[in-house]
Design a protein around this ligand. Structure first.
Ligand code: ATP
Length: 268
């Protein structure tokens, strides 16, 4: 993969993402259009928000969506994992936050993707906070508020735990949309499988609908479906075939299990 923290335009397109149609629409209206057609927004004098916060269970497409938004806007993409910015030395973490934003401005139009935002901005005064995190929250808020001069820099943040994030981050003009990226329904699983097998040579007998509705794929995330496709292809390769057949998927469904337990699924 690409080195983290460096700006490039990602290769991921909408076609790589199954389901999530509502999400694609929201992101198009809130980020892609303002980047591609800024004039349409300026004329009405509405301040564009700094970005959006995606939340939901792991492996359901948050990172893919952020990359596809950058691709569709022809914007550079800077990916930052929350915990990586935290540094125990006083002042270092805030400096890192400022550096991310100044790099983004220098490569505008640019999308900053903050993954695991909860590590970076936990509720102030809560259990997991300390001086470092309090100062990081403040510096991130300052950057988001200073977005008047930011123009073509947008933030897409992601978390599995919106409940432990400092609510100030979601106040007007900052990350002002909270968008839920859910586990897929069975029909959505068909759409995700279609996206995942686009570059896989398939036998006629492969029935994606049957796979999506098979009990063994209950509770599968997009990432689990990705593992299933990979496992099926591996089985075809190792048995000396040139295409993947339904038998390979059946084999894979006995080997790949949902990464979220039933209990965890209910908590999202
Ligand atoms: P995390 O919370 O763990 O960071 P995430 O929500 O960001 O997870 P992604 O990294 O976007 O999840 O997805 C992981 C992998 O799962 C993708 O690379 C892709 O193979 C597959 N995947 C997940 N959701 C979808 C989807 N909607 N369509 C196609 N593939 C998907």
């Amino acid at each position: 993969g690409k080195r983290e923290g460096f700006a490039t335009i990602p290769q991921v397109t909408w076609d790589d993402i199954g389901a999530l149609d509502e999400m694609k629409k929201e992101l198009t209206n809130n980020i892609i259009l303002p980047i591609l057609e800024p004039g349409r927004f300026e004329a009405f004098n509405i301040a564009s928000p700094a970005g959006v916060l995606l939340y939901g269970p792991p492996g359901c497409g948050k990172t893919l969506l952020a990359k596809a938004v950058a691709n569709a806007s022809k914007a550079n993409f800077i990916s930052v994992k929350g915990p990586e910015l935290l540094n125990k030395y006083v002042g270092e973490s805030e400096k890192s936050v400022r550096q991310v934003f100044s790099r983004a401005k220098a490569s505008a139009p640019c999308i900053i993707f903050f993954d695991e935002l909860d590590a970076l901005v936990p509720k102030r005064g809560g259990d997991s906070t300390n001086q470092v995190t309090e100062r990081v929250v403040n510096s991130l808020l300052a950057e988001l508020d200073g977005f008047e001069g930011r123009k073509q820099v947008y933030v897409i943040a992601a978390t599995n735990r919106p409940d432990i994030i400092d609510p100030a981050i979601l106040r007007g003009g900052r990350l002002d949309k909270l968008l839920y990226v859910p586990l897929p329904t069975n029909d959505e699983k068909v759409s995700i499988l279609e996206a995942l097998i686009r570059k896989t040579p398939l036998e006629q007998d492969v029935n994606l609908k049957q796979i999506a509705h098979d009990k063994r794929t209950d509770g599968f995330s997009g990432a689990d479906l990705g593992s299933l496709v990979k496992e099926s292809a591996l089985n075809a390769i190792l048995t000396g075939k040139k295409t993947v057949c339904m038998g390979d998927f059946n084999h894979a469904m006995n080997k790949v299990f949902p990464s979220l337990s039933q209990k965890d699924r209910k908590s999202y």
